[in-house]
Design a protein around this ligand. Structure first.
Ligand code: COA
Length: 181
């Protein structure tokens, strides 16, 4: 069910942490992910994050792997899962830059949305994305997310101010979208 044409979602494993650490410490990746000041994460930070995710009741993260060969590409998942209002925040990163712009992220997003709506029975999934991340915005639009609003000049990065866009998809929109795929 969580296997597509290009990618599959798998369990998050401790053995992946060194690779994740190398990727998130790459400034070309980190600039899209963290609103705070750029800083290098340590293996202790990664271990803490892994233990927190494993215990959390409001967070589910999957590894993204290629279908062919099962190579690790990154991860994606849901945070702040609100079980009463049935909404959550989506996040994703593909750390291997050679795989950017080739459809892997869109497919991982679609698989995760299937999990969110068909398995967790969520009603709404939302996300935040920086205005300069046009690749991500395009991938999210393809997966069915709509732009809902903008936090104007909420991010200072690389010497200038940037907007942060809020995007979201409702279950009924996903159902309409999924049928056309
Ligand atoms: C964001 C991310 C998950 C998207 O996954 P991806 O596999 O690269 O994206 P896809 O190939 O599925 O879709 C990207 C779309 O943007 C287009 N695109 C590619 N590079 C682009 C660029 N530099 N500018 C604008 N559009 C671009 C692609 O052509 C494609 O659209 P199309 O199918 O209509 O042609 C991935 O690039 C990534 O992990 N980036 C680094 C971390 C990150 O930004 N995470 C998200 C934080 S909100």
């Amino acid at each position: 069910m969580y296997v597509g044409r290009l990618v599959q979602l798998g369990p998050l494993k401790r053995e992946y942490l060194p690779q994740y650490l190398a990727w998130v410490n790459d400034p070309e990746v980190g600039r899209y992910l963290f609103p705070g000041q750029m800083r290098f994460l340590t293996s202790e930070d990664e271990e803490e994050w892994f233990d927190r995710v494993r215990k959390a009741q409001d967070q589910i993260i999957f590894a993204i792997l290629t279908v062919e060969g099962g190579h690790l590409l990154g991860n994606c998942g849901l945070r702040n899962i609100d079980w009463k209002n049935r909404c959550a925040s989506f996040g994703i990163f593909i750390g291997n830059k050679r795989f950017w712009g080739k459809g892997y992220g869109t497919e991982a997003t679609r698989l995760l949305l299937r999990y969110a709506f068909e398995e967790l029975n969520l009603h709404r999934v939302e996300l935040e994305v920086y205005d300069f991340n046009t690749r991500a915005i395009r991938a999210y639009e393809k997966a069915g997310f709509r732009r809902e609003g903008t936090r104007r000049q909420a991010l200072y990065r690389e010497g200038s101010w940037h907007d942060i866009h809020l995007m979201a998809i409702l279950k009924e929109e996903w159902e309409a979208n999924a049928m056309g795929q």
